[in-house]
Design a protein. Structure first.
Length: 398
């Protein structure tokens, strides 16, 4: 029997679709599903922090008192009381009408990209920066310029040079608090300089702050948006302080930009889940976060300390790392001659996973870097995992 020739596909993908790439982090998470793998790879909050009982009670109350509205279509802007709570929680004067509830803060990045980027627009990012932001921006076909950064954040001289080097950038994307991937916190002096410089250069800032409440010893300095609200777009999230599967975040925008972001939101999904919004409002309405978040901070600080001690004990002296003062991540650098991506399969074979740092660079990557998350593994797993990783590094050192 003669085999049939496959019919040509009728599907023609857009050029924009070719710019969409799989998430390195999502692919790496598949590795962690293998039995016995100790994962420092995922940016997942610890399940120990999920307020299960509070959610059970809140769901029951919402279904008892407001079921018909909770299960119906809702306003695209978001649930009014929740928007008011978000506005009241921020350390500068915010009109609830400027708050847009999003389907995770990742959607906020997508909406901002659609509204602010044209093909060929220049945008600026830190070095390194959040991979998910690069993915959200890429389909809009911007020219992404990576601005040199150090332990305090964006290098201001490099920012000025970048903005003077060509067509003015549409915006700069920054994560000042316990940045993903590095875990660094932008200093007060650098924030002041960045805010002043951005205003002088008429450069809008997109400030992403999913980790800002996860400080260990003292709160971070005031947000950039608090210093210049009309020049900033601010993103926040409930994922890191309540539960990520809610897929709820928020965006605070200047009034001149808000209508277009709302229209982009309407086109994307009409509205974020109304039931989830009401449940979150029910959970947090009596100050629950003020009691709950300190427990998250204490847990994450203790696990950071375990990882720092394990690194100090096990790692070759040629390996370096930082000491984050909040958040979920630690940034390390391998000895000269090693490549974190090439080393990963060997580490997985020894039962430990991490994220190679190269994926987080918009420009030339430092292949020796890697991100370690310390919040989901137990203290005993952190000790064993760091020991195994150190052994792999020693074996591969020149």
């Amino acid at each position: 029997m003669t085999p049939r020739t496959p019919s040509p596909s009728p599907w023609v993908l857009s050029s924009r679709a070719a710019l969409m790439n799989p998430s390195v982090l999502r692919e790496l998470l598949k590795l962690t599903e293998q039995p016995g793998i100790i994962s420092f790879a995922g940016g997942l909050p610890s399940p120990k922090t999920f307020p299960v009982e509070e959610f059970a009670q809140a769901c029951a109350r919402v279904l008892r008192d407001d079921a018909q509205a909770a299960l119906q279509y809702a306003a695209s802007e978001g649930y009014g009381p929740l928007r008011e709570m978000v506005a009241a929680s921020l350390p500068w004067k915010v009109d609830p009408a400027q708050v847009l509830i999003t389907t995770g803060s990742q959607q906020g990045l997508d909406l901002a990209a659609k509204v602010l980027i044209d093909t060929g627009s220049r945008i600026l990012v830190e070095t390194p920066t959040y991979l998910g932001a690069l993915q959200a921006f890429a389909p809009m076909e911007p020219l992404v310029h990576s601005v040199a950064s150090d332990d305090e954040g964006v290098d201001i001289a490099a920012l000025r040079a970048a903005q003077a080097a060509g067509t003015p950038a549409r915006f700069m994307y920054v994560l000042p608090n316990f940045q993903n991937p590095t875990g660094r916190m932008m200093s007060e002096a650098r924030r002041a300089a960045l805010s002043t410089t951005a205003a002088e250069l008429a450069l809008p800032l997109i400030e992403d702050n999913p980790y800002g409440e996860l400080w260990f010893d003292q709160p971070p300095p005031a947000p950039l948006t608090a210093r210049h609200p009309d020049g900033c777009l601010y993103l926040g999230s409930f994922s890191k302080v309540l539960a990520p599967s809610l897929r709820l975040g928020y965006l605070v925008a200047p009034k001149e930009v808000f209508p277009k972001l709302l229209q982009a939101k309407q086109a994307a999904d009409l509205h974020s889940p109304g039931f989830n919004q009401r449940v979150v409002a029910e959970v947090i309405k009596d100050g629950f976060l003020d009691r709950h978040v300190p427990r998250i901070r204490a847990l994450y600080k203790s696990q950071r300390d375990v990882m720092l001690a394990a690194l100090e004990h096990h790692m070759p002296k040629e390996v370096s790392w930082n000491r984050p003062v909040g958040g979920m991540f630690l940034w390390a650098r391998l000895p000269e001659g090693l490549d974190a991506a090439a080393l990963l399969p060997k580490a997985v074979a020894r039962g430990v996973a991490y994220v190679p740092g190269a994926a987080f660079y918009a420009g030339a990557a430092d292949v020796r870097t890697l991100r370690l998350s310390f919040v989901t593994a137990s203290a005993e797993e952190i000790e064993r995992g760091v020991s195994a990783l150190a052994a792999v590094i020693r074996e591969q050192m020149p």
